[in-house]
Design a protein. Sequence first.
Length: 205
Amino acid sequence: MKNSEEEKFRKLAETGLDFSRLDYFSLRNVIHDITGDDTLKFNSRSEMLIFVNFASGQQKNDNPKVGFDLHGVLTESPHVFKNVLAGMRYLGHEIHIISGPPENEIRQELLDLGYEQGKHYDIIFSMVDYLRNETDVVMTYSWNKKQDKISWWCDDELWWPIKGDYCRRENIDILFDDKNEYREHISEDTQFFKVPHNSGSVDKK
């Protein structure tokens, strides 16, 4: 029988282990022994380190507000990130989903992937909604070949700074994203983690 989520993360936080010194198989065994949950699946050692370092609360005091991109991040390894986000929220982190599409599209896609507001995240910030409702930026609604659908567009020089501006306004301590173009506009007060596609691993700023 699986332990409750609260019990899982409490046990992870109380181990006192230096997870970075453990190899893939040792990490897998520790996570299974502590959580009693054999449904947690990981594709790499990096994914396991993300889980234990954040879900165990080792960064709770330093990083209370954390931002996550949707496409290229939460869509890549939802089986891992759902556990990470639930653990971070339990330990007191405020989770912001910071993504491009309109909020209703973001919310529906999160739901389709199994992410629930109040369990995995707190706030959704839509870049498109912000530009359309809070600024005078002129946007176009046209066909996106990459996404194979119609979506909103604006000039790149107006688009790329938006996440950095939001992180400064909301005092976001960490941002997980897959685009270096956003990294260039992130202040030193926000720690940027680059998430490579199809890996779940991270590259620290």
